[in-house]
Design a protein around this ligand. Sequence first.
Ligand code: SF4
Length: 332
Amino acid sequence: MAATTETATATRPDTAWRDEIRRLAAERDAVLLAHNYQLPEIQEVADHTGDSLALSRIAAESEASVIVFCGVHFMAETAKILSPDKTVLIPDARAGCSLADSIDGAQLRDWKAEHPDAVVVSYVNTTAEVKAETDICCTSSNAVDVVRSIPAEREVLFCPDQFLGAHVKRETGRENLHVWAGECHVHAGINGPELAERAASVPDADLFIHPECGCATSALYLAGAGTVPAEKVKILSTGDMVTAARETEASSVLVATEIGMLHQLRKAAPEIDFQAVNERASCRYMKMITADALLRCLRDGTDEVRVDAATAQRARDAVRRMIAIGQPGGGE
Ligand code: SF4
């Protein structure tokens, strides 16, 4: 393991680094959680990998007093909301999310003031402040069910993802659903013509769409619109995607999501040719959690994620209402 120096020499994620990470994690009584879009070395050293909600639930059930969340900031906040008595650390607090940043608490309050009787439904890719202003959270797996649970005559404000919102509007046929125009920068690389062209170029391939991060919601929308043949399209949570990789008879699979997901899939089914629909679909925020950052986090106990108690309580209520309605999806 190379030393971390003032000149920011990158730490090699070698065996010595891995041993040191595990030693420090044990010393701190920390559980290491890694989102599927993390760098391979981070996924490999973690105790658990998965999507944000599944990881937050694992965090809440863990005996460890410290949660190290290798993902982006809103995910670590969600873990803190669900585990208020635990210390939650993120290796680099600058790891944001362009989708979560599409709307802040003040903007949502202004929007609510324009529609005072509306029910607010927010995708889990939101800050704690936005969740606290929300009536019911949703994931892409249960967004349609969450909106269907709301009486037909009530207006709905859906934020922040415009693709997921358009998908829900189409599925429910609901005219009184207003959609915030937010988006994830990564999804821009997964557009309709490219998706159709890639599917046509590998005609026998399955198309896996993992919808738990905003980067794939455009693919979800396009698949629903018939841009690619419906029989090829498999909309799958993390756990289901890995299971489908083991079970499919296809020799090639196109994966429409952030490219970090390929690591888990290739491990699960090395004989299958997994190809990214777009190789550039890489989240720069996710990749800010480096070997150096994780080492620093465990050595120094930084960066701690804090959510004030009142905000956390309101945000927790919005997440719990979602769980009460139905399957949030996104299993391990
Ligand atoms: S891939 Fe998109 S939605 Fe997911 S963390 Fe990155 S910016 Fe946010």
